[in-house]
Design a protein around this ligand. Structure first.
Ligand code: ARG
Length: 465
């Protein structure tokens, strides 16, 4: 990157050159050059609007637009010389335009300011990224549905307090993840509504004296509407905070899924095997196969939550309107976009590569007296009060711990010693299959309900596409 004494567009009122350390400190071009495509898109629309209202001629507009398209080519070929002295992506491109097309390039900035320009660029950029991210949500949600279809009848222990609680189906567990993601996708789609509003035309802070047609520009750029207040429009970064907030919630969900996958792939659980292509080894322990992808996603959750806090603090107490502080919005926003998109993408790729060890899951569900609640419910059906039933089953469990037997392994006679209400049909409810099948209502874990939930899930997802 060049660090030279370029003529700065704002040089007029200055007599001394910018100190080199100040130049380096205030420049954002190192990170905001990723906005180049949307900056050019915004400038082309702005120039077209200026011609439409007669502030520049059609010929001038064509020269500007052609020049901007050529510059886009230069950037994409890697031929563009970015300059720190020109501070940011906006002034780099504008200066290059004038270099290429001559004085007419200087007319591009009529009726706008970098303040409304940058706010517009970020919104255009984020809108595209949200669209890409929504596709990743969809891919992951579909991958989860595919697993649920295969595992609707697979029995595993359900946990509370990470202690075996009641048997559930794996399909049901995976659909719980699906529900989290659907809410995340909806939040993202909702966030996009507030992103897709155009600040351009607000100029520096108060609007502009030129007869601009903001609706015209907004239509060219695909914005749903234009901002209502110029002071707010140049300073508002709520839309970025909202995005990072939605991203933080998703990362929190992904970290929960990660945690379970990490636990499940440990030798102690041994519920799953993540394919080699999504794991790495240890440089010192030859036997190790580590679940790096979920571990890293769990870890990266921290940086996204950090970005949210950073942006909130960045905006806290800022007076109207634009302040240079706002330049600090970009790195946390860009980092969040990259992290969220990457995490969703890797999860969607990894999920189909997981082998679920059904026998181990079932064996684990047989430990920990997971059908104890079923026995209590059985006693209630036979006439016991629930609190008494709870007490009776507690004693049976105590007996099972001493004898090293699960409830389902006890004979009817053994069980009868705890209550006369227990007869031979008790074993129908003590099996894992009986237990899950009995939770047969919307939202329950029964295989039949999982199958019905999958049908609804597919329809709901299609409606969100
Ligand atoms: N690079 C600046 C930013 O990211 C662009 C706007 C600068 N405006 C100004 N008046 N200095 O916020």
């Amino acid at each position: 990157m060049k660090n030279s004494d370029n003529n700065k567009p704002w040089q007029g009122r200055f007599t001394a050159a910018t100190d080199a350390s100040v130049e380096a400190f205030t420049a954002s071009v190192g990170f905001d050059q990723r906005l180049y495509h949307h900056d050019i898109e915004g400038s082309i629309a702005h120039a077209s609007m200026l011609a439409h209202v007669g502030v520049i001629t059609d010929a001038e507009c064509k020269t500007i637009v052609d020049g901007l398209n050529d510059i886009r080519g230069e950037i994409e070929r890697g031929d563009f010389a970015w300059s720190v002295a020109l501070e940011d992506v906006h002034m780099n491109i504008e200066a290059r335009l004038t270099e290429r097309v001559g004085d007419v390039g200087k007319k591009l900035h009529t009726g706008r300011s970098r303040n409304d320009q940058v706010a517009t660029d970020i919104r255009l950029y984020l809108r595209d990224e949200i669209n890409a991210i929504c596709k990743e949500y969809m891919a992951l949600a579909n991958a989860l549905i595919d697993i649920a279809k295969k595992e609707s009848g697979t029995i595993m222990p359900g946990f509370t307090h990470l202690q075996v609680a009641q048997p559930v189906t794996l399909g049901h567990h995976v659909l719980a993840w699906f529900e989290m993601l659907v809410r995340d996708l909806q939040r993202m789609q909702d966030c996009k509504k507030r992103v897709n509003v155009m600040p351009l035309g607000s100029a520096a802070l108060a609007g502009t004296t030129y007869p601009i047609d903001r609706e015209y520009t907004a239509k060219l750029l695909g914005f749903d509407s234009v901002t209502e207040n110029s002071l707010d429009a140049v300073s508002d970064r709520d839309f970025a905070i909202e995005f990072v907030s939605a991203a933080s919630i998703t990362m929190m969900h992904l970290s929960r899924m990660s945690e379970e996958l990490i636990l499940w792939s440990s030798a102690q659980f041994d519920f799953i095997e993540i394919s080699d292509s999504y794991c790495t080894g240890s440089s010192i322990m030859p036997q190790k196969k580590n679940p790096d992808v979920p571990e890293l996603v769990r870890g990266k959750t921290g940086r996204v939550m950090g970005a949210l806090n950073g942006l909130l603090v960045l905006m806290k107490s800022q007076p109207l309107a634009y302040n240079k502080d706002n330049q600090e919005d970009k790195e946390p926003l860009f980092d969040t976009i990259d992290t969220l998109k990457g995490s969703l993408h890797l999860f969607a790729g990894m999920m189909p590569e997981i082998e679920f060890k059904r026998d181990n899951m079932k064996a684990a569900a047989l430990q920990g007296f997971s059908t104890a609640t079923d026995l209590a419910d059985y006693l209630v059906v036979k006439g016991a009060a629930f609190r008494d039933a709870h007490e009776i089953v507690g004693k049976a469990v105590r007996y099972g711990i001493d004898q090293g037997k699960d409830l389902s392994e006890m004979t009817t006679d053994e069980l009868k010693q705890f209550s006369d209400l227990i007869v031979d049909d008790v074993h129908d409810v003590l099996t894992l299959e009986g237990s899950v099948a009995a939770r047969n209502h919307i939202g329950g874990t029964a295989p039949a309900q999982v199958k019905a939930a999958i049908q609804r899930a597919e329809k709901r997802l299609a409606d969100l596409a």
